[in-house]
Design a binder for this molecule. Structure first.
Ligand SMILES: [Zn+2]
Ligand SMILES: [Zn+2]
Length: 343
């Protein structure tokens, strides 16, 4: 079967639309007809050649937020029907390390990631190595669901990490509202309904987006320290999720979290973080790295969307517009949530 995909041949050069032959699926393999492929900042960093992780081999098809319908599968696949909607978990492992044995595929050191270490979803079809990496979508639209494969799952992982630190009525901060933030805000309201969710963004349109997603307040970085202090009665935020991850943002968040408070680090835009040594140690403050989420996190966000408790924030683009989508993401021109290519 002939298919089309956008191929990265050289870092920082435009992706090119190319034709390829989809292989016959073998064993547990599933061919997914991609209906939605989210465009993430990780795609942008890989495209530029600046991602901190080594080992990208070109040519490569980007895209790790993949939803679609089952096109075909190998003889060892069970429980799938052709044509049904599926969401693709994007850390594929062999299940043998100590983290995989606990279901923590997201921190397996041997993971294969579509769009990073193998061809991903900026394509009409993608080869998934096993049906075990799929979550069924039921009636949820694959275009709406695509961002759940990373933005939603990553948010769920990060929000779950904050829960032990929260108290009734505590302030929780989400710093950086773009493609992931609207999901993080919503999941905080679902999993910690008494919390006061404060979004921080430099951009007024993104602050409005956070409020639309259900944030109780949205402030610019320059207002944030004073406002969080006021809203928390002087205690500070019990937890802060940093979706940006630079020296500047961690410095800001370390100035507004409470005693025993936690910064959950998700964004990786900077090379280093900045925390004050004395205040961090003396007040038992924590910095918690949070990479992606588990398959249970992913199936939970799909269920929440199916039940109408998690709204999609999607900006549709054609597959051929992948280059424009990357440039728009880079220049901060995307308004309204996650860009999703619809091959
Ligand atoms: Zn991503
Ligand atoms: Zn492993």
């Amino acid at each position: 079967m002939k298919s089309r995909r956008m191929v990265l041949g050289r870092f920082s050069s435009p992706l090119s639309l190319e034709s390829w032959e989809v292989p016959e699926p073998k064993g547990e393999e599933v061919i997914v007809r991609v209906r939605g492929a989210g465009v993430c900042r990780t795609d942008l960093r890989i495209w530029k050649g600046t991602e901190a992780k080594p080992g990208f081999h070109l040519p490569l098809v980007l895209g790790h937020e993949i939803a679609g319908t089952v096109e075909d599968f190998g003889e060892a696949v069970t429980g799938l029907k052709k044509g049904e909607g599926v969401l693709v978990y994007s850390a594929w492992t062999d299940g043998t390390c100590r983290f995989c044995r606990r279901g923590l595929y997201n921190i397996c050191p041997h993971q294969v990631i579509p769009g990073q270490t193998t061809d991903g979803g900026f394509a009409e079809h993608v080869v998934v190595p096993s049906h075990r990496w799929l979550v069924k979508l039921g009636d949820v639209s694959p275009v709406d669901a695509a961002p759940l494969a990373d933005a939603g799952t990553t948010s769920m992982g990060a929000v779950r990490m904050t829960l032990p630190y929260l108290w009734v009525g505590s302030v929780v901060v989400v710093n950086g509202i773009g493609g992931i933030g609207p999901y993080t805000v919503q999941l905080l309201k679902v999993l910690a309904p008494t919390s006061v969710v404060v979004a921080i963004s430099r951009s007024e349109v993104h602050r409005e987006l956070a409020l639309k997603a259900g944030a109780d307040h949205a402030f610019s970085p320059s207002e944030a320290i004073e406002e969080v202090r006021r809203l928390s009665g002087g205690e500070g935020a019990a937890a802060a999720i940093d979706l940006v991850g630079t020296e500047e943002t961690t410095k800001l968040l370390s100035s507004l979290i409470s005693i025993d408070g936690a910064i959950v680090l998700v964004g990786m835009e900077g090379r280093n973080v900045s925390l004050p040594t004395f205040e961090t140690a003396v007040w038992n403050r924590k910095l918690l790295g949070s990479n992606y989420g588990t398959m249970n996190d992913m199936s939970d966000v799909v269920r929440l969307m199916a039940e109408g408790k998690l709204m999609p924030f999607v900006v549709r683009r054609n597959l051929e517009e992948a280059n424009e989508a990357l440039l728009d993401l880079d220049s901060g021109r995307v308004v309204g949530g996650r860009q999703v290519l619809t091959p």
